[in-house]
Design a protein around this ligand. Structure first.
Ligand SMILES: [Zn+2]
Length: 443
């Protein structure tokens, strides 16, 4: 659930870009790597017989077959990871409940203090350490070995482990704070806690998003202000033309962890900032960077953060409603066996995560479709703002290094949190075709 929550928060609220793409480490180019600079293929060049479908196919044909097979394998493997994460999470939760480890952790925390908020914090720390240890083999496979196997990770094991340690501490503080607030609500408001729980979670998420660029991101990465006007000039021009009050462009050293490219536009008023990651800066063509920035600005201008927060609130109310029902149902049957007194007892936490995992597993296509719809809107905005359909197509091709380019419609609906590469290229080429008609170019 933490992962699903984080994914939702980062995708809808922080505007993590749709243009994350893989960059092989210098000197160690995998044989299947895409070229850094993708030129406009013959079939996609402006002409009086320009056809968006032909142009889309021409772009897709620039991908070597083995590169495509590799990214298909990585992405489809990701579908299975959703299932394994779910099954693994359920097993861990059932172990903690049935072996009464959760009850024991509660007893231990009670021996430390009976003062409720601190007790919750102590339990949370125990829970987090134990589940981190139990989930460690899966984390190593999913976030380290598998990422390296497909050439998407840049860290050696030591630094990766260091980042996991930092993440654990952040979860301990942030998660502990949220757990204290939520248990406070549950213990005081026995009937309406599920509505207030959703409100508290929503407010907490907004706070996390606001402090993230200044207090959380710097724990993992270095963020610096870009000084080169050759780079910042076109980006700030694009920002001004779209009414975005940004004065500076920041660079984040994402290459510390990953080869993927990304950028984002975040904050509001005085905290408004444009951030671009070093992979995109180093590898993207100027047209590609402009197309990506146009997309990110689309998220900002179309208020996707606020719409995302509204949507998240509806999801949170539904999720807490499900929690109220499922916790009551399960505790009535097995509460005594698990030695959980009531829903205000911290020992209930594994059951909360079990119910949460079920809820988010079922909700996956709904969340994906919400995010994908916003991403499509940002694509449309970005094309109009940047007027770089070929930059957009090139970014989509680069992104195809880790995302399957041509899924079936049902597959895209279920699993894609961004439009597929094929659809994005077609959108760009259709824009190009219609604008050739408008401008009369190529006639
Ligand atoms: Zn996006």
């Amino acid at each position: 659930m933490q992962r699903a929550l984080a994914a939702l928060a980062f995708s809808t609220v922080l505007f993590t870009t749709g243009f994350c793409l893989a960059q092989p480490t210098p000197g160690a180019l995998p044989a299947t790597a895409m070229p850094s600079v993708i030129t406009v293929p013959a079939g996609a060049q402006a002409s009086d017989h320009f056809d968006p479908q032909v142009a889309t196919d021409a772009y897709l044909a620039t991908m070597p077959a083995d590169a495509r097979a590799r990214s298909d394998a990585y992405f489809v493997g990701g579908y299975w990871m959703i299932l394994w994460d779910f099954v693994y999470g359920v097993i861990v939760a059932l172990l903690l409940l049935n072996l009464r480890w959760s009850a024991r952790m509660r007893n231990l925390a009670e021996r430390v203090t009976r003062f409720k908020p601190i007790h919750t914090l102590v339990y949370w720390a125990e829970y987090l350490v134990l589940t981190t240890i139990l989930s460690f083999p899966l984390s190593v496979y999913e976030d380290y070995l598998r990422e390296h196997k497909y050439g998407l990770a840049t860290q050696t094991f030591g630094p990766w482990l260091g980042d996991q340690g930092k993440l654990l501490l952040v979860n301990m503080v942030m998660g502990g704070l949220l757990a204290m607030l939520l248990f406070g609500v549950v213990r005081r408001l026995q009937k309406t806690w599920w509505i207030w729980g959703a409100i508290v979670t929503e407010l907490f998420l907004i706070l996390a998003v606001l402090i993230s660029p200044v207090y959380l991101q710097p724990i993992f990465n270095k963020i610096t202000r870009l000084d080169d006007p050759k780079v910042t000039g076109p980006i700030l021009t694009l920002a001004r033309a779209n009414g975005i009050p940004a004065k500076d462009v920041y660079e984040i050293d994402a290459s510390r962890q990953t080869t993927r490219m990304s950028a984002n536009v975040s904050g509001f008023a005085n905290t408004m900032r444009i951030t671009i990651n070093d992979n995109l800066l180093r590898r993207g063509s100027p047209e590609e960077i402009e197309a990506v920035m146009g997309h990110e600005m689309g998220h900002y201008v179309l208020n996707h953060a606020y719409v995302g927060m509204g949507f998240f609130f509806i999801v949170a109310v539904a999720g807490f409603g499900f929690l109220r029902w499922s916790l009551g149902w399960a505790l009535e049957r097995w509460g005594e066996k698990w030695q959980i007194r009531d829903i205000g007892d911290t020992a209930v936490v594994p059951l909360v995560f079990l119910a949460g995992a079920m809820f988010f597993f079922v909700m996956t296509p709904v969340l994906n479709t919400f995010i994908r719809t916003q991403e499509h809107e940002a694509d449309m905005y970005g094309l109009n703002a940047s007027r770089q359909p070929d930059g957009m197509a090139q970014a989509a091709i680069h992104l195809g290094e880790y995302r399957k380019m041509s899924p079936g419609p049902l597959e895209e609906w279920l699993f894609y949190d961004h439009p597929s590469g094929r659809n994005r290229i077609y959108d760009a080429m259709r824009w190009k075709a219609e604008n050739l008609r408008v401008t009369g170019a190529g006639q």
